[in-house]
Design a protein around this ligand. Structure first.
Ligand code: GTP
Ligand code: MG
Length: 316
């Protein structure tokens, strides 16, 4: 919806439309899913006015109450992007889903970034080839996006590497509040640029670095939570896939088995739709397990990192 369309919303005149637009609220979808308090603070429009604008946007979109049948229909629009490994696709119910946030968890060097880079290429493919026929936003918090690697993956898959790179919008986030700002910008940027995949690699790095110590934990979790929910709203508003990466931390209460657990605590666990835990197997293979998914079974998939991105791996 363009700015001119915003003016068609009940209670939105040209001046209000401009205020909304300047604050990054350019579509009825973005307005309908953002907490009114936040819109009011960012636009300077009075809270009660915002409330009626939000209600108007929701009515226009017809999203306040929907029947379960409507929800079922909406979920039929859900698309799945191939990851490159059939084992991984199967594990994920067919691929990385839109209308969902997928979290890749694992220790350093396990392949989280590699999966993200591979998805950046795959997602641009037509739907019949397992892609989402869309572009990519890559929020890079650690400076680990390597264009040469994307070039190599595209070339190996027989795609035009230059065109592939041109369809990836990079944003280097320098700290957690910059990351927040970029996240907010997505509500405007994604629909305008046909973005179908948003990667945040890593979601938690800056938060862990900036909020050190117990006394800062609750503030950290609150900020992290707010950012995660914005990403979730984005997936729903525009039928987008969001993929975030997460690190592991030592779990002092583990007596046996894996001594690591995902960082980010309950906030992270609850926000992600699907959590995929990655670990190293023998002979350079990687093993993925789904944890805490609402409908995917907790199975294992074996894959490896190759020139073309990610591929199936057999038994060790
Ligand atoms: P952190 O970001 O440090 O937490 O790790 P990560 O999970 O993101 O790891 P990443 O995705 O960077 O994986 C690095 C691993 O991928 C390396 O150990 C390599 O084994 C592998 N890798 C990277 N590039 C290539 C490549 O071009 N070919 C192959 N075969 N493997 C690669
Ligand atoms: Mg990485």
């Amino acid at each position: 919806m363009e700015e001119s369309d915003l003016k068609n919303l009940p209670g939105v005149g040209p001046a209000t439309a401009t205020k909304l637009k300047n604050a990054g609220f350019t579509t009825a979808e973005a307005i309908s899913v953002t907490p009114p308090k936040e819109i009011s603070e960012k636009t300077g429009i009075g809270f009660n006015t915002v409330l009626s604008i939000v209600n108007g946007a929701r009515e226009t979109l017809g999203i306040d109450f929907m029947t379960a049948e409507d929800l079922w229909k909406k979920r039929q629009d859900m698309l799945r992007c191939t990851i490159g490994s059939e084992n991984l696709n199967q594990l994920m119910g067919g691929g990385i889903e839109t209308q969902a946030m997928t979290e890749l968890i694992g220790e350093y060097g396990v392949g989280k970034t590699q999966i993200c880079l591979s998805l950046c290429v795959r997602v641009q493919q037509p739907v019949e080839n397992g892609g989402l026929a869309g572009k990519v936003v890559y929020i890079d918090t650690e400076g680990t996006f390597i264009p040469e690697r994307v070039f190599q993956i595209a070339e190996t898959l027989g795609l035009d590497p230059h065109e592939t790179l041109a369809n990836i919008f990079l944003a280097r986030a320098y700290n957690s509040s910059h990351q927040e700002l970029l996240t907010e910008h997505l509500f405007k940027f994604c629909p305008e640029n046909n973005v179908k995949l948003v990667v945040v690699d890593s979601m938690i790095g800056h938060f862990r670095g900036e909020y050190v110590g117990r006394e800062n934990l609750s503030e950290r979790q609150q900020k992290l939570n707010s950012q995660l929910h914005k990403l979730l709203r984005l997936t729903e508003a525009y039928n987008i896939a969001v993929v975030i990466t997460n690190q592991v931390q030592a779990n002092p209460t583990a007596f046996f088995g894996d001594p690591n657990k995902p960082a980010g605590g309950n906030v992270m666990a609850h926000a992600s739709t699907h959590r995929v835990y990655l670990r190293k197997g023998g002979k350079g293979t990687r093993i993925a397990t789904v944890i805490d998914s609402p409908y995917l079974p907790e199975e294992k998939a074996r894959f490896k990192i190759t020139e073309g991105g990610v591929e199936d791996a057999g038994e060790e």
